[in-house]
Design a protein around this ligand. Structure first.
Ligand code: PLP
Ligand code: COI
Length: 341
């Protein structure tokens, strides 16, 4: 039995903690090497690397969960691998095979077992796979060499308060263009979001809400999470848009709402001036898990949902079912869980 690190797990926020081992694999001469676990958390790359100048990089985020019985499992890592492949297609980077991606995730979790938060602690182990273009270069072109890494860090809630409702504010900025890279998990989208995020936080909000970049009339995303709302007639609705990240949590919740809670669930356009139809609203994502939205401020007007202090009953059921699946307490749909140990 591995001795866990002496950490106050329940006090963790979403910040970097250096763990023992990370996975690194190099792509050279048209092929990936076998990859290995290393201790050094620094990378040495050429000053001409395309990832540094032209944003030729992409990343993923997924979590490992401790079970009640001491096992450890990953949630839908194949979906992260496939999304990273789509990001690679968009930025002309070599794809990491799904099996290599999932295998590397397992290796990183096992090598850092002492850092996997215990069952019931409220914390989880966040894995950050990323792929960068490297090598000597100066022109705007794809790199000829790449590095694929995965590090992990134990985390608590992304939005302060976890399951306590938080408020958001719409921004006039766009994080991505209508047919740009919004549906891919590439660093440029996040660089473009930093200012809107700062403005929202400075004004006392948890994050900014992005509207669709073409018309600015529909909800796209909630910072680094997708939006969902529960209508007053009990339907689960989450935005459809060409510029949002196809959230694995969102697709999982669509399934949970339909198959576990017996609700109608669909992707639809969500007009910012039609928030009245929702009884409850939330942000969802790997880091965010489910964060209830207390209210959304748009053009100076605050629209409030279920409560500023309490989680709505449907949001609570979605959270309990999804977390139950992720922790191994509720039977998962076929293929959603990958056991590490
Ligand atoms: N939207 C953005 C912009 C994100 O960065 C994330 C996080 O990955 C999400 C949504 C949620 O996606 P997922 O549920 O796959 O983590
Ligand atoms: C995630 O939920 O995995 C994210 O990537 C969100 C953020 C920390 C970028």
């Amino acid at each position: 039995m591995i001795k866990k690190k002496d950490i106050k797990w329940s006090e963790l926020g979403f910040s970097y903690v250096k763990t023992d081992k990370r996975y690194v694999s190099y792509f050279k001469d048209g092929k990936w090497d076998d990859g290995q676990l290393v201790e050094d958390n620094r990378l040495t790359i050429s000053e001409g690397s395309t990832s540094l100048h032209y944003g030729q990089q992409c990343f993923e985020g997924l979590k490992a969960y401790s079970n009640k019985d001491g096992g450890i499992q990953l949630f839908r890592p194949d979906q992260n691998a496939l999304r990273m492949q789509r990001s690679c297609d968009r930025l002309l980077m070599p794809k990491v095979p799904v099996e290599k991606f999932v295998d590397a995730c397992k290796k990183v979790v096992l090598a850092n077992e002492a850092w996997v938060p215990p069952y019931g602690s409220g914390a989880t182990l966040y894995l950050r796979p990323f792929l960068i273009g490297v090598g000597d270069n100066v022109g705007v072109r794809p790199a000829s060499e790449y590095i694929f890494c995965i590090f992990c860090t134990p985390v608590g809630p992304y939005f302060k308060g976890g399951m306590a409702p938080v408020n958001f504010v719409t921004t006039d900025f766009d994080r991505a263009a209508p047919i740009g890279t919004g549906k891919d998990k590439v660093g440029g989208n996040y660089a473009a979001s930093l200012l809107a995020h700062k403005q929202a936080v400075d004004a006392g909000f948890a994050d900014s809400i992005y509207l669709d970049p073409k018309t600015h009339t529909k909800i796209d995303e909630v910072g680094a999470a997708n939006f969902f709302g529960i209508t007053k007639d009990n339907r689960f609705i989450t935005p459809i848009s060409s510029s949002i990240l196809p959230s694995i949590t969102k697709y999982s919740l669509l399934h949970v709402a339909k198959e576990y809670l017996g609700m109608e669930a669909s992707e639809e356009e969500v007009k910012i001036d039609e928030l009245d139809k929702f009884a409850e609203a939330g942000a969802c994502g790997t880091a965010a898990v489910i964060s209830p939205i207390g209210g959304i401020q748009h053009k100076g007007n605050m629209h409030t949902f279920y409560s500023q202090t309490e989680v709505g009953p449907i949001t609570r059921k979605l959270y309990d079912t999804l977390m139950g699946i992720q922790l191994g307490d509720v039977k998962a749909p076929e293929g959603w869980i990958v056991k590490v140990k």
